[in-house]
Ligand binder design. Structure first.
Ligand code: NDP
Ligand code: 3PG
Length: 429
């Protein structure tokens, strides 16, 4: 903490162009090392080989984009005059500038230990902050390689520290440390307890989701089915932006379920090294949690469209039809390759279900009527609505925020401005 604080003081004096230059270098080095880092992702978190490479390349591109945007966003301030406010003459001027927060504690989750780390590191660095990174235990080796790329780019010693250790053991020490000036966290409801423990510091929380997919009677069912399978089963459903409940109007439900099942049957299941679509979920705890949700739904009368199959942490993809709201899977986040379908009699019923969730991250609507889609998306109390597309955080410069238990603040670059404005607008008269 002390070395981070000292390093930040001198880093804040480093010219913006120099900070950007080093970030561009770090982004390039990260992409040069995509293979060894991707191998860690395959071994540590069973990320399919292609997705692992994509995560590293996407992260290198993000670092560079942040450098570019940062010099513009942070290169401007504001000049105010006093006589625009009633009762005042032009006797006062106000010049504002953006200043760094200080030491940022970044805590990413297991499912994107590289991308969801750099999505915190790059904006913090270009804005003149230093970083203490606490990587997920599963994903820590990939994260260490990523941090080393920043060190190889020549970032000053002490500016980016990586502290490994189980969150349950060292987490409180870090999140409650007086030397931390901001916490940027991505993960589950752990973030809610952290936000209650943290001191008077700015927080950025990207938490869980129960992304709803509403399918209307005029939807392109083939497109909807493809997006549901991609959205619901990529990385075995271990994405906060995964489709986590399908709400389909009864009149097209049979046809949609049939098309989804046909595509589910084609998903490959096996080792991440073989680039299979469905790979083992991250822990036995997670597997047992997922199984519990499936068994609860089955016992209460849901239709399992495929035989439930599990070998260790490998769970075969499963669509559950005729799910009702008294089943846990209608509300809880499996973070696995199981997807519930709830049949609705009206759009209002679908919107009501979506808004009754304690989550509010993303969602999607499938219809050919764009006016109807926009009205529905306005009614859905969530951070982002995809129209005729699957939920996704990327591309990484799009705003990404959750409402309710899905988060605090918005993560991506353009909000660097707003975030810093909100958090730290220094008035110099
Ligand atoms: N909204 C979003 O963008 C995302 C949300 N998520 C959500 O996260 C969950 C799955 O990811 P998962 O990694 O298991 O989430 P967790 O909340 O369990 O862990 C997230 C991070 O927090 C750390 N951590 C755990 N306990 C503490 C603590 N007491 N203090 C400080 N840090 C702690 C973990 O370290 P360790 O690994 O050592 O336990 C990990 O690095 C799902 O609910 C998913 O929806 C996941 C990804 C993105
Ligand atoms: O939190 C997650 O799971 C990721 O932010 C999802 O990112 P993606 O939608 O771009 O895969």
């Amino acid at each position: 903490m002390e070395s981070s604080r000292m390093a930040q003081k001198s880093w804040a004096k480093t010219p913006l162009w120099k900070r950007a230059e080093m970030l561009h270098k770090a982004g390039a080095i990260l992409k040069d090392h995509k293979k060894p880092i991707a191998e860690c992702l395959v071994k540590e978190i069973a990320k399919p080989a292609t997705d692992a490479l994509t995560e590293v390349v996407r992260s290198g591109d993000f670092v560079s984009y942040c450098a570019e945007e940062g010099v513009r966003i942070l290169g401007k301030g504001e000049f105010l005059v006093s006589d625009s406010f009633p009762g005042n003459d032009r006797t006062k001027y106000c010049l504002t500038s953006k200043v760094p927060l200080g030491v940022v504690l970044a805590i990413p989750p297991f499912n994107y230990p590289v991308n969801l780390a750099v999505s915190k590191i790059a904006p913090a660095l270009i804005a003149g902050n230093s970083l203490v990174l606490k990587p997920p235990t599963q994903g820590a080796v990939a994260a260490l390689h990523m941090v080393h790329c920043f060190h190889m780019a020549g970032f000053p010693k002490g500016l980016i520290s990586c502290v490994t250790g189980k969150g349950s053991e060292i987490g409180d020490f870090l999140t409650m440390h007086p030397g931390i000036n901001c916490i940027s966290f991505t993960g589950g409801d752990t973030g809610i307890s952290i936000s209650k423990k943290a001191g008077m510091i700015p927080l950025q929380m990207e938490l869980g989701g129960k992304d709803a997919c509403i399918v209307l009677d005029d939807a392109d069912l083939d497109l909807a089915a493809s997006c549901i399978v991609k959205g619901g089963f990529s990385y075995s459903g271990q994405r906060c932006t995964a489709v986590k409940v399908v709400l389909v109007v009864e009149s097209v439900a049979d046809a949609l379920v049939k098309q989804v099942n046909q595509k589910v049957e084609k998903l490959s299941v096996g080792a991440p090294e073989d680039d299979c679509d469905i790979t083992p979920v991250v822990t036995e705890f997670s597997s047992n949690f997922i199984e519990g949700l499936v068994m609860d739904a089955k016992q209460k009368g849901a239709t399992l469209c495929q035989e439930y199959r599990r070998e260790g942490n490998l769970i075969w993809p499963l669509l559950l039809d005729n799910v009702r709201s008294d089943m846990r899977i209608a509300w809880e986040e499996p973070f696995g390759p199981v997807l519930p379908v709830i049949r609705i009699n009206s759009v209002e019923e679908g919107i009501r279900h979506c808004n009754q969730s304690n989550f509010g991250l993303q969602g999607c609507v499938f219809t050919k009527d764009i006016n109807r889609a926009i009205q529905i998306s306005d009614a859905m109390e969530i951070g982002t609505v995809q129209i005729n597309s699957a939920p996704a955080r990327g591309p990484d410069h799009f705003p990404f925020q959750g409402l309710k238990d899905s988060g605090i603040g918005s993560q991506e670059i353009a909000n660097l401005d707003r975030n810093i404005d909100d958090m730290h607008d220094k008035l110099a008269l």
